[in-house]
Ligand binder design. Structure first.
Ligand SMILES: [Zn+2]
Length: 94
């Protein structure tokens, strides 16, 4: 049973999406969602990059848009921000 996670994405457009997540107790990936393979150049033997193979315990492509977000700044209204009066904001830049 895969777990679902709410994430904010900017692609293809800003939105809150529900995404599939790796199984935390997956015997193949251990919850990482995949395995990274370092591979070298067959001729020189030098490091040639890392390949990421997604695990089958989750589907990276699977997501459901919950709430499209406006392209301009999005301010969650969870609670009043006591620091707002001081000009302080912990809002991440977009
Ligand atoms: Zn897995």
């Amino acid at each position: 049973m895969a777990r679902l996670r709410i994430e904010r994405t900017a692609c293809p457009r800003p939105a809150l999406v529900l995404t599939d997540t790796p199984r935390p107790d997956c015997p193949d990936c251990g919850g990482d969602g995949g395995t990274a393979y370092d591979h070298g150049d067959p001729e020189t033997g030098e490091y040639a990059g890392t390949e990421w193979e997604s695990c089958t315990c989750w589907n990276q492509q699977r997501c459901w848009v919950l709430l499209p977000l406006p392209r301009r700044r999005w301010r969650p209204r969870r609670h009043p921000d006591p620091w707002a009066a001081n000009g302080y904001s912990d809002e991440p830049p977009f």
